[in-house]
Design a protein. Structure first.
Length: 275
């Protein structure tokens, strides 16, 4: 009998352990796939960066590696989020999940934690392992090139630096991360709506919605501009810093909204599937 009707930390930890132990084969395969894809991309890029007779103060592959980090985070993060409710795909696994001792919040939160928070740790570790693999391969191939080194993740942020940086300010980096969590939360929500083929269905739905909003926005802008109903207010332009802050606030709000909506969608589906 469940005494705590909402959340119990020991029970939550047991659920997290259960999720990782029962799915260890598929999780290991996904980690190997993640490591393999990033290693191939890094080695392939290094082949073109290092084959010339050039000398550099910093590794020329770092600009690609920083961009690849964010692209990999977004793509694999959304893919990981789409697996959040994969155990609801079949009748057997759905029954097993629904009959597991625990509250709906603990079941949802344990899977959200594994596929959102734990994923970030796994992604960072596999990225660094792939990067060290690249360094080892090309350090042995080109021993005379002493600039080959693991990527310095501090190069993500920097303004006025003499080397490539992905974001100029911390606000830009924060907006980028906030955007990532917002997009990932859409795939978490999509996994509660479509347990089967969640990634593909969420991606297609999101693409259609974005296209519709873009077309409507473009049409409205054209109508307003043609009718001269658009007025500019000198001195009231939104600065880049304020725009970044607004973007962070909006993305954070809708991220939390999508996560909460996903929880209630899971809770609703749990009640329906028990009947």
């Amino acid at each position: 009998m469940i005494k705590d009707t909402f959340f119990s930390l020991p029970r939550f930890m047991n659920l997290c352990r259960k999720e990782m132990v029962e799915s260890w084969r598929s999780n290991v395969l996904r980690i190997v796939l993640l490591y393999g894809v990033m290693t191939v991309a890094m080695v392939w890029n290094g082949y073109f960066e290092y084959r010339g007779n050039y000398s550099h103060t910093t590794d020329p592959a770092w600009s690609f590696l920083l961009v690849a980090f964010m692209w990999g985070l977004w793509v694999f993060g959304c893919l990981s989020a789409s697996f959040t409710m994969e155990k609801m795909k079949t009748k057997t696994s759905r029954t097993s999940t629904l009959m597991t001792p625990g509250t709906p919040f603990e079941k949802f939160f344990s899977r959200w934690f594994v596929f959102t928070v734990v994923f970030l740790v796994v992604f960072l570790v596999t990225y660094k392992l792939a990067d060290y693999t690249r360094v080892i391969i090309y350090s042995l191939t080109y021993p005379e090139k002493d600039f080959i080194a693991p990527v310095d993740l501090s190069h993500f942020i920097g303004k006025g630096k003499d080397y490539y940086t992905l974001c100029r300010t911390g606000l830009e980096f924060g907006a980028l991360i906030a955007g990532y969590f917002f997009v990932q939360s859409l795939f978490v929500l999509g996994s509660t709506i479509w347990p089967k083929n969640s990634f593909l269905k969420t991606f297609v739905s999101g693409t259609i919605i974005v296209i519709v909003y873009f077309l409507v926005g473009a049409l409205m802008s054209k109508m307003l501009l043609n009718d001269k109903l658009y007025y500019s207010f000198p001195g009231r332009e939104i600065s880049n810093e304020n725009m970044m802050i607004l973007l962070i606030v909006v993305c954070t709000f809708f991220t939390l909204f999508n996560w909460i909506l996903a929880y209630f969608r899971f809770k609703e589906s749990e009640i329906i599937n028990r009947m």
